[in-house]
Design a protein around this ligand. Structure first.
Ligand SMILES: [Zn+2]
Length: 324
């Protein structure tokens, strides 16, 4: 069956342009929360409606094939209606996380995404420029915003995996932004994908000096942080107390992320912390009530725990509460 192209505008979504402009001038960052199922989406919308925060619903290539792209589109459309129903019609962006090809970005744009990331960070510089430019030229015809990436993050996230990182070189950013026309730029300044970013005893630091140098070269340009989960130790503890085996999971301190959010960083991706919150809640219920077999009895608490985590991030890390 031939698929009918659908514009994000008809779904009630918005692109990231205005959101980032306000975030840069207001000294806060917009949350980018990954989702691939109903409970995650409920938690995101309830948390953002209650705190009046704008939000970026983020979908990876893996999530797209897991949840089915058609269902996802209706879920995003439903999210807009749900927020209105809650009396808080916050701006909602539907964003592709780590797009790895022009074709995937094009497909997402045609199926209702309002924003896409093209991640050419693993390519030689000139190829990254060429690929990113191609996606930007296509996306902008439909008023869809594009995130590019310079520098490589270490860690594992769905299909994206690198053993070591390369910091973004500040001297490349001006040229990259000018040549590609991207709307925002993901950079590598010491954050890392996944829950096992660093070794115990390490005190991971974000290179705020590199961020400042980048900001100096492209003032006011929206910067994005990936791999910014903090891996709350109380969640790791709950998981391990109820049969889990997460060893040595450590993340980035929230105080450092708060500093970054006050600067040119206007989008912070949060995925792993949400996974930990859900897993902790599910494990606790199933361990304490082994007779339980109604999925709502463990997915409900997982959703509530996720909502609390998201509200905490909005208020204490991103600073986006009341900014919708
Ligand atoms: Zn990422």
């Amino acid at each position: 069956m031939q698929k009918q192209a659908v514009s994000y505008k008809s779904l009630g979504l918005c692109n990231s342009r205005e959101l980032f402009k306000k975030a840069v001038s207001g000294g806060y960052a917009v949350p980018a929360y990954n989702f691939n199922n109903l409970e995650q989406l409920q938690a995101i919308i309830m948390a953002c409606a209650e705190t009046k925060s704008p939000v970026i619903l983020q979908v990876s290539k893996g999530a797209r094939s897991y949840a089915n792209e058609t269902l996802l589109r209706y879920l995003a459309q439903g999210a807009v209606a749900f927020a209105e129903e809650l009396g808080s019609p916050v701006p909602i962006v539907l964003h592709l996380d780590h797009g790895d090809s022009f074709e995937l970005c094009k497909d997402c744009i045609e199926s209702g995404f309002s924003s896409v990331m093209i991640d050419g960070s693993h390519l030689p510089y000139d190829e990254n420029v060429a690929l990113t430019k191609k996606v930007v030229e296509y996306a902008h015809q439909f008023d869809v915003t594009v995130e590019g990436e310079l520098g490589v993050l270490a860690g594992i996230e769905d299909e994206v995996s690198h053993a070591s990182h390369t910091y973004t070189q500040p001297e490349e950013v001006e040229d990259f932004v000018a040549k590609t026309g991207v709307d925002s730029l993901a950079i590598s300044i010491g954050t890392s994908h996944g829950a096992f970013k660093f070794k115990p005893g390490e005190d991971p630091k974000i290179r705020l000096d590199i961020l400042a140098e980048i900001e100096k070269r492209i003032p006011g340009f929206p910067i994005v942080l990936h791999g910014a989960s903090s891996v709350p130790q109380e969640l790791v503890k709950v998981i391990n107390e109820h049969g889990g085996k997460l060893k040595d999971a450590i993340g980035i301190g929230e105080d450092q992320l708060r500093l970054a959010a006050k600067s040119a960083v206007c989008k912070i991706n949060i995925d792993s912390d949400g996974r930990l919150a859900m897993t902790a809640a599910v494990r606790k219920v199933l361990d304490e009530k082994p007779e339980e077999f109604d999925p709502r009895k463990y997915l409900g608490p997982a959703r509530d725990s996720l909502k609390q985590l998201y509200m905490h991030k909005i208020k204490n890390v991103l600073g986006s509460d009341g900014k919708a």
